[in-house]
Design a protein around this ligand. Sequence first.
Ligand code: ATP
Length: 403
Amino acid sequence: DAPANGKDCTRFDLEKETELRFEVEAGEAAEQVELELLSGLAEVFGSELNRNKKYVFGPGSKIAVFTWQGCSVNLHGKPEVAYVSKDTPMLLYLNTHAALEQMRKQAERENERGPRVMVVGPTDVGKSTVCRMLLNYAVRVGRRPTLVELDVGQSGVSVPGTVSALCIERPADVEEGFSVQAPLVYHFGSTTPGTNIKLYNKLTSCLAEMFSQRCEVNRKASVGGCIINTCGWVKGSGYQALVHCASTFQVDVVLVLDHERLYNELKRDLPHFVRVVLLPKSGGVVERSKECRRDTRDEKIREYFYGFRGVSYYPFSYEDDTQLKLVPVTPGRDLTYHVLSVSSVDDGDEGARKSIVEIPVCGFIVVTFVDTQTQVMKVLSPAPRPLPRHTLLIMDIRFMDMK
Ligand code: ATP
């Protein structure tokens, strides 16, 4: 264990088809760990390592260095854990890639579209990692697959609370992951699909529609197909969202990680031509606590504003005058008894130079009941239906009709 650059250094000699797993301690004060390939060939989640290059992993990283042929590596620094495992499902994952590649070849020959693959399973089974590997293997053989990210809690593409699609043009950087250039991102607004499952399904359909449109004009994208990463919520509406996704994307293959019941349910509920495959999870996947997930989310947002590793951004800070601005409100129960002004703005005025606050009102109504399920509200109004205008402004003032 010769200390290099003042850090501890441990050498690992790996036999073929084994992996070195290590974790870097979490927390700001934690020391980074450096990885160096000395001889042989090795990869990290499907991205090949260059020899004699030092790869730096920051706090909280959980990494597996896998070798098909055998290799020697050095770890500099003090990983929280580091051990070699012979027991990995990598061969099954590689076979899965080989089967998908066959489908792409066939698509090429027969002028069809390539495989659309959905990766599902509960939390912490390595879904994102399997997606990354399959995308890496595909791009390494010259394909241009698309990553569809539906995990609103832990998005690999954009900030949390979004769903997105990203065309993969080169393998993921070993340290930083896929280069995120020009992703297609939709706002969802929450870290769990359950907050608004209708919107979640709608956005899934929007992504499917956009992807299909791209496939029509881009043959490489069509043959490359897509790999869809999903949320770990696999029961109730979460399960229905998976079925919806399979249908709207017209997926050909579903990879179920480590969940036999989910596998059986999907086999039962999806059309017979969809291939549903059960795959084991890797013993290396590390369970992440609530705090750890929250930290990862914070980090993603921080990165968006301040940059990542070598790249620093300098965000601006300014005050926005909200006192003259209106915000749309979804009627909720807390709207009950509020007095609302009926603005005289008409559709033609909208987007015109005058803001709604500068336009007179033509009357008032009081909300007497809100049905949040159907999004219908009952109102007290001096005029018969329908309301002359539909732009309503909420007052702080409430009125209870006691008479
Ligand atoms: P989520 O619950 O967020 O959907 P997931 O199922 O997508 O999680 P991953 O994000 O793929 O899981 O993996 C969880 C963590 O385990 C990641 O930090 C990843 O780097 C790590 N990991 C995955 N596979 C291995 C492995 N073979 N050895 C060591 N660490 C691994």
